[in-house]
Design a binder for this molecule. Sequence first.
Ligand SMILES: NC(=O)c1ccc[n+]([C@@H]2O[C@H](COP(=O)([O-])OP(=O)(O)OC[C@H]3O[C@@H](n4cnc5c(N)ncnc54)[C@H](O)[C@@H]3O)[C@@H](O)[C@H]2O)c1
Length: 338
Amino acid sequence: MKTIKIGSIGLGRLGYEHAKNIATRVPGAELAAICDVDAKRVAEVAAELGVPNTYTDVAEMCANPELDAIVVVSPSMYHAEHIKIALDAGKHVFCDKPLDTTVEKCLEAEKAVEAHPDKVFMLGFMRRFDDSYADAKRRIDNGDIGKVVLVRSYTQDPRATIEGTLKFAPHSGGQFLDMCVHDIDLIRWFTGSNVKKVWGLGGVFEFDLYRELNDADNAAATVQCENGAMGFMFTNRTHGAGCNVETEIIGTHGTLRIANVGAKNLLQIVDGNGAHEQYYPDFLSRWHEAYVNELAEFVSCIREGRKPEVTVYDGTAVSRTAYRCKESFETGEMLDME
Ligand SMILES: NC(=O)c1ccc[n+]([C@@H]2O[C@H](COP(=O)([O-])OP(=O)(O)OC[C@H]3O[C@@H](n4cnc5c(N)ncnc54)[C@H](O)[C@@H]3O)[C@@H](O)[C@H]2O)c1
């Protein structure tokens, strides 16, 4: 089967991880080009990973006829623009979440995808590719816990990475968009229903930057879906012991819980403080395998002529919900989705 030659945009925290995975771990893929506005970073990564083609301009890279696909890991506010450039250049596209930072731009991304029905487009909701989350979904689809009644999901980054988080915050799109998109995606995926009503809450408990950004450093939302199922999500960036992501799905006949202790491995350390486990130190280590799995699925879809389960419409629906949560947080009102 054909090797898929990929050009990757953005070599920051996650972009470097994706580039390394494509170069070394994704079956059937070759990292044939990289692009970042930071020329020094491009040169460093090209030397480390042995990438033959390097760029500082997205359109120039996408014009390379040797490339089959583009992976977009640039800052969120450029996603729709980069998706369109790549699709118009005849490439398949994988874009990391969120689809973009406004609903209008998400709709532009939808149009670009619709204009190229022969191309594979996939959005990076990587939790769906984590073994535990995928197992939970299989059990739900199998009817093991009956009807899904409530999904509770927490997304907490560790305090240890707060410096990078604060730098990223101004172009992140805000906590509901940047962090809660994963929880919203899970709520829609596990309940099989769109969100119909939201109540966003939050506050600035520690970092004044979030007040300047009209955002919360600790945020939560309660939602209700069109089919009646409920969801609750909570996010912050200062979890004491590493990356904590936990999800509970309550059904009419049973409950599924995922990673409620966030343990890095099976090691238990017994010392003067008692017995304890280590957490994953950051999101990159927590989702390491899921990041490989999602790109493997993207490449398989291209090679097998399939379309991925995660669509551009999921991206818009999730972003729309995240923004409605933000609006609810700002106004203090419980809001219906428009
Ligand atoms: N799925 C996840 O778990 C997850 C985790 C982290 C980040 N992300 C997403 O990945 C994207 C990147 O996040 P990050 O944390 O790596 O950001 P980052 O700020 O660390 O890196 C962004 C990189 O893009 C480069 N860049 C900026 N403008 C560019 C342009 N016009 N063309 C090419 N390169 C450009 C920057 O120089 C930088 O190297 C964001 O959309 C973010 O939401 C997803």
